[in-house]
Design a binder for this molecule. Structure first.
Ligand code: F0G
Length: 371
């Protein structure tokens, strides 16, 4: 296994699985190699009968899993002599595209549903020098616009309908298999535009074909209740959820998500905003992992399935002894501090005086002990 110090980024780490040649200029920020953490305390809290692991994608250079795909998409754009890349985004794709384009020395244009994106992500796109076009619409409007424009002008689309994005993102599945020594039995993941569930399923299948995954997981995808087109079986015109990253009504990789669900014998279900926020708080307070709300959908979904007896039924049906669940935590909590402050209990301030602080905390003087 490559040590952390020598980790070269996902293209070099998994070159034989990537669509690159000796001629491809590799644009990397050394993305990938993110922590896979056992989470026994959270497992116990949600009453899960199998071990729980969390893959913390917030540890990627721009704070989300998008970097895995963007290293490949931008490297290929450069190889093909493109001068600019473009995407629609709920924020993370834009932040990642902007960073990798900056490193590649090419232009980046991002089209954002400005009323529906977290401020941290906008700050990233601006700082990396992207041309930011704010639209008065939602993600689906932005996506329609970039597809049309990149069809007419020499600008490379780097949304996940660009197959190079999927190629890079499948590296997450390779890392999980490498760390565990095998593929998990259940893979839980938030679903928005549905590129990531598509990519993970491709990764697990390719690794097993290469003799490196042992089995295939059941893919468990979760959409926010107010933005759940795949669960409902039809596009949602006005998607609503607190988890702005997955506020999408007509996912581009719809078919890929359905294939991942059906081929793996998994499911795609909804979680409410309340369930998302509960999981969001538990991850931060029990496991020390601050994620953005959309990321918590994977844990919220596993908790919900647990309550409904899904895993118990699965175990009764004869799941192997080394069964485990891996939840993908897709993005960093600092992306959306407003949501955290709103979710937290209100803080009280007192005058700048030690006694006032002691009183507020209710601390009492230690009683002298008798020896
Ligand atoms: N989690 C986070 C933090 C995301 O930013 C996204 C997607 C998802 C989950 C869902 O992944 O789209 O592959 O199903 N964000 C996109 C963006 C849409 O523009 O940043 P998906």
């Amino acid at each position: 296994m490559t040590s952390r110090l020598r980790w070269p980024g996902v293209i070099e780490a998994y070159r034989e699985f990537m669509p690159v040649t000796g001629q491809t200029p590799v644009i990397t920020l050394r993305e990938g190699d993110t922590p896979l953490l056992a989470a026994p305390a959270l497992q116990e809290r949600i009453g899960l009968p199998v071990p729980l692991y969390l893959k913390y994608e917030g540890a990627n250079p721009t704070g989300s899993f998008k970097d895995r795909g963007m290293t490949v998409a931008v490297s290929k754009a450069l190889e093909e002599r493109q001068q600019a890349v473009m995407c629609a985004s709920t924020g993370n794709t834009a932040a990642s595209a902007a960073a990798y384009a900056a490193r590649a020395g090419i232009d980046c244009i991002v089209v954002l549903p400005i009323r529906h994106i977290a401020m941290g992500k906008l700050a990233q796109s601006v700082m990396h020098g992207a041309k930011v076009v704010a639209i008065e619409g939602n993600f689906d409007d932005a996506f329609r616009i970039v597809v049309e424009i990149t069809g007419r002008y020499p600008v490379r689309l780097v949304n996940s309908i660009n197959p190079h994005r999927i190629e890079g993102q499948k590296s997450g599945a390779f890392e999980i298999c490498d760390r565990l020594g095998y593929a998990p039995s259940y893979h839980a993941i938030p679903v928005g535009n549905a590129g990531n569930i598509t990519a993970y399923w491709k990764g697990y299948k390719e690794y097993r074909e290469a003799g490196r995954g042992r089995r295939l997981p059941k893919m468990l995808g979760f959409q926010a209740e107010g933005a759940a087109p795949i669960v409902r079986g039809e596009p949602v015109a006005d998607p609503r959820t607190i988890a702005t990253a997955i506020k999408i009504g007509n996912p581009a990789s719809w078919k890929g998500a359905v294939a991942a669900r059906d081929e793996s014998g998994g499911l795609i279900e909804t979680v409410t905003d309340e369930e998302i926020i509960e999981a969001y708080k538990m991850l931060a307070s029990i496991e020390g992992l601050f994620v953005e709300p959309a990321s918590a959908a994977s844990v919220a979904g596993v908790a919900k399935l647990g309550r409904e007896g899904y895993f118990v039924r699965e175990l009764q049906a004869g799941v192997p002894e080394d069964a485990c669940v891996v939840c993908i935590l897709t993005g960093h909590g600092l992306k959306d501090p407003d949501c955290a402050i709103q979710a937290a209990e209100e803080s009280v301030s007192v005058e700048a005086d030690a006694e006032a602080v002691v009183e507020l905390l209710g601390l009492t003087e230690p009683v002298a002990s008798h020896t």
